[in-house]
Design a protein around this ligand. Structure first.
Ligand code: ADP
Ligand code: MG
Length: 244
């Protein structure tokens, strides 16, 4: 639980009554059917749930990669799900960092260049080149922090799965996000590298107070978060290991 100075907790990101369906031809496939979620500032939350239960859909809606059919998303008290496109894109780039199961690194770029991509997008080419020395230093520091100081010029194909995910984490941090959204970040890794990635996320949460959601179907991973919820029948329910 994240504490604000008066000792209470502060909700940073919330979903209220989120409904989302997909259409397969004429058939409506309901995915989220009134999902409510509160994420406290500084909290590390795990979301579990069976395959197809809507975990990625919820994460995408929270991070403005997708829109709910009905319901609302709030960040720091401001409604963010119904913004105009440009405002929405800007807010997404500034507020959210994403990590995916398959890393989504650009194969032609080195680890360092991959970390710099969001800065290029965020600043635009002119400001990027003006600030390039500082941005490169920051990207190098981040790669050192995630344990890839010796892999900066390697391309993704020359990295292990765990190393690729660490590079993706450094890339997500480069934009200094308010919330980190990780979709099955250990799902493609062996147990040891997966635990290493989880340890890194846990440390980043503790040392920077970085608020994060980790989607996983692995209860061992989930139990290391501050709190675990489960998606079932389109809704979010509290989960505790005793229920497993
Ligand atoms: P999870 O991440 O928990 O495995 P998802 O959120 O990816 O679940 O998907 C939930 C359901 O929505 C699944 O039945 C999936 O097939 C369906 N779905 C997800 N994305 C789309 C899409 N773009 N078009 C149609 N159906 C989709
Ligand atoms: Mg998914």
């Amino acid at each position: 639980m994240a504490m604000v100075p008066d000792g209470s907790t502060e909700v940073l990101l919330s979903a209220r009554g989120v409904v989302k369906s997909y259409w397969k031809g004429r058939n409506e496939v309901p995915v989220l059917q009134g999902a409510d979620l509160d994420l406290d500032r500084g909290e590390m939350l795990a979301i579990m749930g069976a395959s197809g239960s809507g975990k990625s859909t919820l994460l995408h809606i929270l991070g403005l990669l997708d829109e709910p059919d009905t319901g609302e998303v709030h960040l720091a008290g401001e409604r963010i799900d119904a913004l105009a496109d440009r405002r929405r894109d800007t807010l997404r780039n500034h507020a959210f960092g994403f990590i995916f199961q398959f890393y989504h690194l650009l194969p032609e770029l080195s680890a360092l260049e991959n970390v710099l991509v969001p800065q290029w997008i965020r600043h635009g080419p002119i400001a990027y080149w003006r600030h390039r020395p500082r941005l490169r230093r920051e990207a190098q520091d981040l790669l050192e922090r995630v344990g890839l100081g010796h892999r900066m010029t390697h391309r993704p194909a020359e990295l292990s799965g765990g190393e690729m995910q660490r590079a993706a984490i450094a890339r997500a941090l480069a934009a200094d996000p308010i919330v980190l959204l990780a979709d099955e970040p250990t799902g493609n890794l062996d147990a040891t590298s997966g635990q290493g990635v989880l340890d890194l996320l846990r440390d980043l949460n503790r040392e920077r107070g970085l608020t994060m959601i980790v989607v996983t179907h692995d209860p061992n991973i989930a139990q290391q978060a501050d709190r675990v919820v489960r998606l079932a029948e389109g809704r979010v329910e509290e989960w505790s290991p005793a229920l497993a």
